[in-house]
Write a protein that binds this ligand. Structure first.
Ligand code: HEC
Ligand SMILES: [Cu+2]
Length: 407
C-alpha cells in the first residue's frame, strides 16, 4: 500500500539513452523515503476528501439553484457566524495535523547518531568530492573520491554537505531527500538504503552552465564489501609507473605540466593519494582507474573493458584535450590551446600533443584500487531495465551517450 501510493505519486522514470536506471523517491529501501510515503498517505487522503467534498458542494449548488428552476432570490447566509467559524477551524485543524506529522518525521529522521558513518560532501562547479573524515589515508589526508559516493547499507549515513562556490543541491532520490549545498555552511543529515546497488545522484540547483551535467553515482555496499573498500582506499598509494613506460611519461606531465607550451600541471588542481599531487580545484583522482564515470557522471564507461574500450579511451582523450567542448562551462583548462574560462574571463589553454595526452590518460587509467575493492564489480544498477546492466563488468554492455562527441 505504502509502496503503491508513493510510487504512484512520485516515481519518476528517468532514462538515459544507453542504460536505464530508475530514479525515484518511491524507493522503499530507504527509511527516509518510507517516512515520506507515510506522510504522503495522509496528505493525499485529505486532499482527495477535500476535493470530492468541494466538487460535490459546487455541482450540487449550481444544479439546485439554477436560474431556470428558481426565480426567487437565493437564501443569503452572509453573517452566519457558525458557518464562518467552521470554515476557518476545519482547515486549521487539517493543517495542524499535517504539520504535526511533519514535525514527527523530522524528529525521527534528522538526529545524527553518534556511531553513524560520516561522509563529507563538497559540491563545486560542476563536480563532487566525497571524503571520509574518520578515515585517514596511510599516504596522508582523508580517503576521498570524486563523483562516486560509496556508502554502507542498512544504517544511517551522516552526510555533511557544503559547497566551494555557489549553491548546489545534493539529491539522490533513492536514498533520501534533497539538501542544499551552501558555501561556508555545513549541514549534516542522514541518508540510507537497505539494498546494495548503484543509484543516480544529481545537482538539483541551477548552479551554472553545466548544472545538468553535475551528476554522481551512489554505490551502496553491504558492510563487508564496504569495509573492504574502505580498508583498501586507506592503504592505497598510487602505483609507481615502470620507468620509460607511457604511464611514467604521463606521471611526469601530470606532476609538472609542460611549461614551454603553458600546459598547467594537473597536480595543481587534482589530488592523487600517495603522490605529491594535492590540488583541490578539481575532483580527487586518487583511484580514477577504478571509477567508471567521467565529467561528473556525464559519461559512463560501463562496458566490460571499461577504460580500455576504444570509445572510453577516446572520451577520456577528448576530456583532457578540451573538456569545455565536452562539457559546457567546465572549469578545467584546455590542452589544445583553445579557450576556457578562468573567473569568467576567456583564457587560452596550454598545449599537449595527442601522444602526451594519451600518456597522461594511461597514467590515470593505472590508478586502480585492488580488484577486491572494485566497488562497481557485481553491484547491481538499481531499477535497470537492461538485464545486462544488472551485473558486473562481466556482462554489462551498454554505455551512456557521448554528450560532446569525441572531437
Ligand atoms: C586549473 C585546475 C585544473 C587543472 C590544471 C587540471 N584540471 Fe582536471 N579538472 C578540473 C576541474 C575543475 C574538473 C571538473 C570539471 C567538471 O566536471 O565540471 C576537472 C576534471 C577532471 C577529470 C574528470 C574527473 C571526473 O571524475 O569526472 C579528469 C579525468 C581530469 N580533470 C584530468 C586532468 C588532467 C589529466 C589534467 C592535466 C593534464 C588536469 N585534469 C588538469 C580542474 C583542473
Ligand atoms: Cu550544482
Amino acid at each position: 500500500m505504502t509502496t503503491a501510493v508513493a510510487a504512484g505519486l512520485g516515481a519518476t522514470l528517468l532514462s538515459s539513452c544507453g542504460s536505464q536506471q530508475l530514479i525515484t523517491f518511491g524507493d522503499m529501501a530507504s527509511g527516509y523515503n518510507r517516512e515520506v510515503a507515510f506522510m504522503s498517505i495522509f496528505a493525499i487522503a485529505l486532499s482527495v476528501i477535500i476535493f470530492v467534498g468541494v466538487s460535490y458542494a459546487l455541482f450540487f449548488t449550481v444544479n439546485k439553484f439554477r436560474e431556470d428552476k428558481n426565480t426567487a432570490e437565493p437564501a443569503q447566509f452572509h453573517g452566519n457566524n457558525r458557518l464562518e467559524v467552521i470554515l476557518v477551524v476545519v482547515p486549521v485543524i487539517i493543517v495542524m495535523f499535517l504539520a504535526l506529522l511533519t514535525v514527527r518525521s523530522m524528529a525521527i529522521l534528522n538526529p545524527v547518531a553518534e556511531q553513524s558513518t560520516k561522509i563529507d560532501v563538497l559540491g563545486r562547479q560542476f563536480w563532487w568530492n566525497f571524503s571520509y573524515p574518520e578515515t585517514t589515508a596511510n599516504a596522508g589526508g582523508n580517503v576521498t573520491n570524486g563523483n562516486e559516493l560509496i556508502m554502507p547499507t542498512k544504517q544511517d549515513v551522516a552526510l555533511t554537505i557544503t559547497s566551494g562556490d555557489v549553491i548546489h543541491g545534493f539529491w539522490a532520490p533513492n536514498i533520501g531527500g534533497q539538501r542544499a549545498a551552501m558555501p561556508a555552511n555545513l549541514k549534516t543529515w542522514n541518508v540510507d538504503t537497505d539494498r546494495a546497488g548503484i543509484y543516480q545522484g544529481n545537482c538539483s540547483q541551477l548552479c551554472g552552465g553545466s548544472h545538468a551535467n553535475m551528476r554522481y553515482k551512489v554505490i551502496a555496499l553491504d558492510q563487508e564489501r564496504y569495509d573492504t573498500f574502505l580498508a583498501a582506499a586507506k592503504a592505497y598509494r598510487a602505483p609507481e609507473p615502470a620507468t620509460r613506460s607511457p604511464e611514467a611519461r604521463g606521471y611526469n606531465l601530470f606532476m609538472k605540466g609542460k611549461p614551454s607550451t603553458g600546459a598547467l600541471a594537473c597536480a595543481a588542481c587534482h589530488r592523487v593519494q600517495g603522490t605529491t599531487a594535492a590540488g583541490a580545484a578539481g575532483p580527487d583522482l586518487s583511484f580514477f582507474g577504478t571509477r567508471r564515470t567521467l565529467g561528473a557522471g556525464m559519461w559512463e564507461a560501463m562496458t566490460p573493458e571499461h577504460w580500455e574500450a576504444p570509445d572510453a579511451k577516446a572520451e577520456l582523450h577528448a576530456w583532457i584535450k578540451h573538456s569545455p567542448k565536452v562539457k559546457p562551462g567546465s572549469l578545467m583548462p584546455t590542452y589544445d590551446g583553445s579557450e576556457y574560462l578562468v573567473t569568467g574571463k576567456k583564457v587560452k589553454g596550454g598545449v599537449l600533443t595527442d601522444r602526451e595526452i594519451d600518456d597522461v590518460a594511461a597514467y590515470l587509467r593505472s590508478l586502480k584500487l585492488p580488484e577486491e575493492a572494485d566497488y562497481w564489480n557485481e553491484t547491481p544498477v538499481y531499477g535497470s531495465t537492461d538485464a545486462a546492466d544488472n551485473t558486473s563488468a562481466q556482462t554489462a554492455k551498454t554505455s551512456s551517450p557521448t554528450p560532446g562527441g569525441n572531437q
